[in-house]
Design a protein around this ligand. Structure first.
Ligand SMILES: CC(C)(COP(=O)(O)OP(=O)(O)OC[C@H]1O[C@@H](n2cnc3c(N)ncnc32)[C@H](O)[C@@H]1OP(=O)(O)O)[C@@H](O)C(=O)NCCC(=O)NCCS
Length: 211
């Protein structure tokens, strides 16, 4: 079994470790975190060092694959880390075994799909994405890199979602919707028209409340 290291050691890292180990994808080696001390434990996860030590630890053969366990409050940092390491360290792709992923779907590296998701025909999900429990992504939809879907997001067919988008819990997108990059939606948002300006949107139908 391959050995996994996680960047970050907070709640998200703990969840990723749980699924990676309990769903039998990886053996967990530990986490890298600038706010923790080498050798201590955080959330029951061993700390391997700070972020500056990631490349050296990989070069020394301490782990096989890397994943980012930093959440939606740090979207730029997630992207920065992925771009920094993608050429020199393999990224894990973790898809929980309870998901239905159609054979025609393509899922990028560094992407994690939590339990109970459905990813249908001709769907493409980019690199470094995080798809929480119970998301349903219909046919022919594209999801760009570094995008996060909270639990229970439902997306109809032929949609296109830009990079660095965060969809809040229970968000719904009608068919043929295009969402530009760096958009965030609130809990229960229903998007019925394409969103061409970055910002925070809430409500039914979705309206922009913040840039
Ligand atoms: C949309 C969101 C990001 C905005 O957070 P914020 O920038 O801190 O904004 P606020 O909470 O101050 O809300 C601003 C206004 O929008 C309203 N609002 C916030 N979320 C809303 C929602 N989901 N639906 C309708 N209105 C909402 C607030 O009532 C407030 O209105 P007011 O100014 O009239 O009082 C946040 O409310 C949200 O829904 N986050 C998603 C949570 C989620 O999905 N968590 C799961 C993670 S795994």
């Amino acid at each position: 079994m391959k050995r996994l290291a996680i960047i970050g050691s907070g709640d998200l890292a703990k969840q990723i470790a749980h699924h990676a180990v309990n769903d039998k994808h990886y053996q967990l080696v530990g986490c890298f975190d600038d706010f923790k001390i080498l050798g201590e434990e955080s959330n029951g996860l061993p700390i391997l060092g700070n972020l500056d030590s990631i490349q050296d630890c990989f070069n020394q053969g301490m782990f096989d694959e890397l994943i980012i366990g930093i959440g939606y409050n740090h979207m730029s940092f997630r992207q920065e880390l992925f771009l920094k390491f993608e050429k020199t360290i393999p990224f894990a792709t973790i898809i929980h075994s309870s998901c239905f992923i159609d054979k025609s779907a393509r899922i990028g590296k560094g992407t994690i799909i939590y339990p109970g998701c459905i990813i249908d025909i001709n769907t493409e999900i980019g690199n470094n994405c995080l798809i929480y429990n119970g998301c349903n992504i219909a046919h022919d939809t594209n999801v760009a890199n570094n995008t996060i879907f909270s639990p229970g997001v439902n997306i109809a067919g032929f949609c296109s979602i830009g990079a660095h988008v965060v969809l809040g819990i229970g968000s719904v997108l009608s068919d043929n919707i295009v969402i530009t990059e760096k958009v965030r939606t609130g809990a229960g948002t229903v998007v019925v028209h394409s969103i061409i300006e970055s910002g925070i949107y809430v409500g039914v139908p979705a309206k922009k409340i913040k840039s």
